[in-house]
Design a protein around this ligand. Structure first.
Ligand code: NAI
Length: 309
């Protein structure tokens, strides 16, 4: 069945360019009313311009869709509150939030100023938290919401020169894990996109043939699925060039050390066993880990502990 968004209201941050623009345009094509948010910043987050967001709004409305521009800086709670209030005044609800706005300030950790570290965390992590926090009570009242956070392979796997960006992007996974649990009873589903796309962020890093394959249009279908009525929740979806994959975090069964083995030397001696992936498991909330360790510890000591499964 066709995935449609008629009657739905979506906010897409950083939608004046790149991936965000593509997400906004495609949501509007499928019936959503879209708030095109963009500060109009340079790649490093400096500067400001209203024209980027307005151009995307014009593109959507020229094609018969509905959109409004808002230039809120996602990391500024007052500006975000204004955007959310205007959205509600105009369209009455917020069903979909795609947190996409982002900047880069790459340098090796040794050379990085903490101010550049802070700024990147401020835009990606605090920006995502700020906009999501403003939309959250509305989605709870509606008892429905779809939220996408935008991570990066840099955060999931590491990338030289991106300690600030990698840390901020990995934080999306932590935020998603908790929001997934807290949103479940109100049908708020939260997922994370890990895109790899040809945009101004990456155009100097890849060969031209790859840039052509990695157009934002090859990624956006994944985002539309993640914000659809039948969306999954707590998924990390990698996307690029039409390829989609899911990243998961697993924990090894591990080893339980007692007595004389419960020493640094014991950990060293058991490390192959501790890190052996055979039988690894995906845990679904923090206390599962605590229960697993307590149960293993009790078993190793011959004690009885009836806690968790
Ligand atoms: P882009 O630079 O083309 O677009 C980002 C947009 O965010 C810009 O229009 C910018 O003005 C806006 N923006 C920046 N700071 C803002 C703020 N404080 N408030 C509101 N808007 C702001 O970048 P691209 O490539 O489209 O990236 C989109 C998202 O995808 C970012 O979160 C990025 O980190 C992420 N990403 C991109 C990858 C890629 O391969 N292009 C790889 C992994 C993640």
């Amino acid at each position: 069945m066709a995935i449609r968004f008629d009657g739905r209201v979506a906010i897409v941050t950083g939608a004046g360019a790149g991936l965000g623009r593509c997400h906004a345009v495609e949501l509007a094509k499928r019936g959503a009313k879209v708030v095109v948010n963009d500060l109009g910043a340079a790649l490093d987050g400096s500067g400001r311009s209203d024209s980027a967001a307005q151009q995307v709004v014009d593109q959507i409305t020229d094609a018969g869709g509905q959109a409004m521009a808002h230039g809120a800086d996602v990391s500024d709670a007052e500006q975000v509150a204004d955007m959310v209030a205007r959205t509600r005044d105009r369209w009455g609800r917020i069903d979909i939030l795609v947190n996409n706005a982002g900047i880069l300030r790459d340098k090796t950790f040794a050379k990085m100023e903490l101010s550049d570290f802070r700024k990147v965390v401020e835009v990606h992590l605090m920006g995502t938290a700020t906009v999501t926090h403003a939309c959250w009570p509305i989605m709870r009242d509606q008892r429905s919401g779809r939220i996408v956070l935008t991570a990066s392979s840099s955060g999931l796997y590491g990338n030289f020169g991106q300690s600030n960006y990698g840390a901020a992007k990995a934080a999306m996974v932590g935020l998603m894990n908790v929001l997934h649990l807290e949103g479940a009873r109100d049908d708020i589903r939260v997922n994370t996109l890990a895109p790899t796309a040809a945009t101004r962020m990456t155009r100097d890093l890849m060969p031209p043939e790859a840039l052509d394959l990695l157009r934002p249009e090859t990624i956006t279908p994944g985002v539309l699925y993640l914000v659809s009525e039948d969306a999954p929740s707590r998924v990390i979806l990698g996307a690029g060039a039409g390829s989609f994959a899911v990243t998961k975090i697993y924990e090894t069964p591990g080893a339980t050390l007692t007595g004389d083995a419960l020493t640094p030397e014991g950990v060293a001696a058991a490390f192959d066993r501790i890190s052996n992936p055979e039988g690894q498991q995906e845990l679904t909330q923090a206390f599962q880990q605590t229960q697993k360790y307590a149960r293993n510890g009790a078993e190793a000591l011959g004690l009885k502990l009836d806690w968790g499964t």
